[in-house]
Write a protein that binds this ligand. Structure first.
Ligand code: DAH
Length: 341
């Protein structure tokens, strides 16, 4: 009987130590110590042994039970610890790993310059006006003193949207002048930036879509001096004090007198170089005193009021501002180029 007990103790101890998880350990406990376990069944056979041996065997059996129970709880603790360690390793979260960066967008160089230009004009008391990119022939041409037959109306130059030439993509931001004067009486001080369209082939200085910034001032006693002062001040604020402008006589149907304004080449300071194509100056804008016919067409008395207007090439303004030598770079949307600004 004693040997049988010791035999059970040995086997049970081995099984306990080998149990791979708590489920298996419970099975081992039931197999030896449960109601129908080996140890329990063996003790039921106690009746068959000599009376004087019973207490000894009983004591031994109890000691074995206690030993095995202790072993089981120790094994259970070890298994629990192992399982926890395993989970800690598997589910580890390294809080020191840097997060994923979301790349931040940037302003397009044209937008940067446009924002600067708007700030400067707003500081001078101008308001911002908007007009449609799909215009009618009246606002784009007729009201701007540009009659049928004028070369600017040519099919070669203009994107007409209808066969009868009534609707077109605006060729300039000047029609916004008309829309403002139809709505509002003087004093008027507005700028209007936006896209314009012409049938131009793409090259380093041309694009069928480009940007202009229109300006219009109408009030009593406005003269060419106001025009010059405003533009010189604008250019100095944008490019710095040493920026120089040159005013040349020119012709526009909607201004009289008219001029074109050049800025001294930043590369050669007027000497003539590759950037300015030997001119020493770079054309920046068209301007003039608003033609009396244009004022009258909008119901403004040209005997009482006068005004000046200008249209600045925003893309040129941007190229000059950042020393960009090819207009196409502004429209190709190459991130490598755009992320430099
Ligand atoms: N609209 C002209 C152009 O596209 C530029 C211009 C010239 C605008 C004279 C004006 C102006 O407002 O007064 O070439």
């Amino acid at each position: 009987m004693k040997e049988k007990l010791e035999h059970i103790r040995q086997h049970a101890a081995q099984d306990i130590l080998r149990a791979p998880d708590t489920g298996a350990l419970e099975q081992v406990r039931v197999a030896y110590l449960g109601k129908k376990g080996e140890l329990t069944l063996l003790l039921k056979q106690m009746g068959g042994i000599a009376a004087e041996e019973r207490p000894v065997v009983g004591q031994l059996a109890n000691a074995i039970r206690v030993d095995l129970e202790n072993m089981i709880s120790e094994r259970s603790r070890v298994l629990g610890e192992e399982a926890l360690n395993k989970r800690m390793i598997e589910e580890a979260l390294d809080v020191t790993i840097p997060g994923k960066r979301t790349p931040l967008g940037k302003k397009h160089p044209i937008t940067i310059v446009l924002d600067e230009a708007k700030d400067i004009f707003i500081g001078m008391g101008f308001e911002i006006a908007e007009g449609p990119e799909v215009e009618d022939e009246y606002h784009n041409f007729t009201a701007l003193n540009t009659r049928p037959g004028h070369p600017a109306r040519d099919w070669q130059d203009t994107f007409y949207l209808s066969e009868d030439s009534r609707v077109l993509l605006r060729t300039q931001t000047s029609p916004v002048q008309i829309r403002v004067m139809e709505r509002k009486k003087p004093p008027i001080r507005v700028i209007s930036p936006g896209r314009v369209y012409r049938k131009d082939e793409v090259d380093a200085t041309h694009s069928p879509m480009f940007h202009q910034l229109e300006g219009l001032v109408v009030d009593k006693g406005i003269t060419m001096t106001d025009l010059k002062g405003t533009l010189v001040q604008f250019v100095k604020m944008l490019y710095g004090e040493d920026a120089r402008l040159r005013f040349r006589p020119h012709h526009f149907p909607f201004t009289e007198p008219s001029c074109e304004v050049d800025i001294m080449c930043f590369e050669c300071q007027g000497e003539g170089c590759r950037v300015c194509k030997g001119e020493g100056w770079i054309e920046l804008l068209g301007a003039g005193m608003v033609h009396p016919r244009v004022l009258e067409g909008c119901g403004i008395d040209s005997e009482v009021y006068s005004g000046f207007a200008f249209g600045i090439g925003v893309d040129r303004l941007t190229m000059r501002r950042f020393n960009i030598n090819d207009l196409r770079l502004l429209f190709e949307n190459d991130i490598r180029f755009l992320s430099q600004f």
